[in-house]
Design a protein around this ligand. Structure first.
Ligand SMILES: [Zn+2]
Length: 151
């Protein structure tokens, strides 16, 4: 007697579950074509507004230094402790080239200073002599202690 209602309940559940799946799939497909058909400037406004604003600033004078999207790695270590590597930095002064032996090998680096307050922020990798480290050339390492993050 009790087995009849429970069986019909299971059947209902299965059929409604299938309908839901089909509905979900159709919705997802619509969203996808909407973005594909969008002209690319509009797409970049939808996805990229927050990313293109400066996110990292000089801790001492609030000079904007780097964008969030330019952050490559947080695993670097500078004189004062943790440091971040960026593919680009803005509003900085790059000092003369110096040969320097770092943990991962010998490099030609240049000190990087804030263009507004002159505080030494970190260094730029100018040249490396090790193929494995080539990706660092042209990149900026800024000590975390010298940065403040916004947005
Ligand atoms: Zn500064």
């Amino acid at each position: 007697m009790s087995s009849v209602p429970s069986e019909s309940y299971k059947l209902d559940e299965r059929s409604s579950g299938t309908e839901d799946n089909v509905h979900e799939f159709e919705e997802r497909e619509e969203v996808a074509t909407f973005f594909v058909n969008m002209p690319s400037p509009i797409a970049s406004i939808c996805f990229g507004t927050a990313l293109t604003l400066p996110k990292y600033f000089c801790r001492y004078c609030e000079n904007p230094l780097a964008l969030g999207e330019d952050l490559i790695s947080k695993k670097f270590v500078g004189a004062s402790g943790p440091a971040f590597m960026f593919s680009h930095a803005m509003n900085v002064v790059v000092g003369p080239k110096i040969g320097r032996k770092l943990l991962t090998g010998s490099y030609v680096v240049a000190d990087v200073m804030c263009s507004k307050c002159g505080e030494k922020l970190g260094w730029k990798y100018v040249e490396t002599f090790n193929l494995k480290q080539r990706y660092k050339e042209g990149m900026f390492v800024i000590e975390k202690l010298k940065l403040t993050k916004k947005y």
